[in-house]
Design a protein around this ligand. Sequence first.
Ligand SMILES: [Zn+2]
Length: 116
Amino acid sequence: MCYYENFKYSCNDWKWGNFRQHCQAEYRQGETCGMKMVYQTLPLAEKCVMCEKIERKQRRLEKHKADYQRWAVEPQKYRYSMEKAYEEMKALAQEIQKLMGDKQARYNNVGNPRRG
Ligand SMILES: [Zn+2]
């Protein structure tokens, strides 16, 4: 097991950083054994790209929702806008769900970082 830096985003997702230290199993210079262990965890202020994407879509969804509720006071007048907002909301909800699934799959694949 070789040791790598581990970056932790504010959303609790993480990524591997630079290689830091060889383990006992790997003695060849410039080679790593392929097993990654955490050398140290460095907190990052920002959220990961996936979460950023999801949040952007969630904000758009909220905006459509607010519009829809505003228009619902006069449904005759805003029927077309409301229908459009409804379609957008449906599409966004699906995209958000897919992104969350992708994120889950991604972090499940990598597994949790092991402590060295
Ligand atoms: Zn994240």
